[in-house]
Design a protein around this ligand. Structure first.
Ligand code: FPP
Length: 248
């Protein structure tokens, strides 16, 4: 069957992905959970390539949540060393493809080695412009919002900001994602239909896409198929369909 082509003018600017199902994928194969994470790296690679290929400007990947710290130590250690080795390995490919790496989350909680690799790749790719690859690491959206409220409150107390001047932009400017556009499209793999404390503020108007494919099975073609679904959605932002069609 010939698949429908992607339409160039409706590529989402910012795609966010909850990469879920590594553990179940491994279990189905009779292996340990970490086998799933190791195989998930190839899906990360393919998703980055696919996103860059079609002109996505920002790709945010949920790689490790604040809640993930409570997993068994061996699993956490494996994920952290996978992160460090993948960053080291992928630097050349990020450079060759003009991709800039960024990270959001409580990064100071990451092991020193992971922090070192991360900072090095962030620095070395900082002038790349084709796409931003934004890794959410030790990330939790509620903590992010709490921190934003704290910084805003400090400014109010110090008379740097008036309460009546606080608006959506103020909140936005105090989030980890302050310099990034809102999320247009959120993908979650593995069949779970929840947001799990990911970019709660930033997905206010995002289109949501849930697929039962487990993350290690999610390949380039799956990403393109998801984008095709996005392209069939009508984003109304609270307006009527008629208003959108007549550009009112
Ligand atoms: C969720 O599957 C996946 C994660 C918590 C980690 C994702 C990490 C990777 C794909 C590898 C390394 C990442 C980078 C950026 C190089 P799960 O363990 O929750 O699966 P389950 O729901 O089936 O248990």
């Amino acid at each position: 069957m010939k698949s429908t082509p992607l339409t160039k003018n409706t590529i989402p600017n910012h795609v966010a992905v909850i990469m879920d199902g590594n553990g179940r994928w491994a279990k189905k194969k009779g292996k340990y959970r970490v086998f799933g994470h190791k195989n998930g790296v190839q899906s990360v690679r393919e998703t980055i390539e696919a996103a860059a290929e079609i002109g996505v400007k920002v790709l945010t990947l949920f790689a490790f949540s604040t809640e993930n710290w409570s997993r068994p130590k061996k699993e956490v250690d494996t994920l952290m060393s996978l992160l460090a080795t993948s960053l080291k390995k992928e630097l050349k490919s990020l450079q060759d493809n003009d991709i800039q790496l960024r990270a959001i989350g409580d990064l100071k909680n990451l092991p020193t080695k992971a922090q070192k690799e991360l900072n090095e790749v962030i620095l070395k790719t900082s002038t790349n412009t084709r796409m931003i690859l934004n890794l959410a690491l030790s990330y939790g959206s509620r903590v992010e919002i709490v921190n934003a409220v704290k910084s805003i409150s400090k400014k109010v107390v110090n008379n740097e900001l008036k309460i009546e001047n606080i608006d959506e932009k103020t909140i936005n400017n105090h989030l980890y994602t302050f310099s990034l556009p809102d999320v247009d499209f959120l993908i979650r793999t593995s069949g779970e239909k929840r947001i799990s404390n990911f970019l709660l503020w930033q997905i206010a108007y995002a289109e949501l896409y849930f697929t039962s494919t487990l993350w290690p099975d999610f390949k380039k073609e799956d990403f393109f198929n998801a984008i095709k679904v996005y392209q069939q959605r009508e984003r109304r932002y609270g307006k009527t369909s008629e208003q959108i069609q007549t550009n009112e």
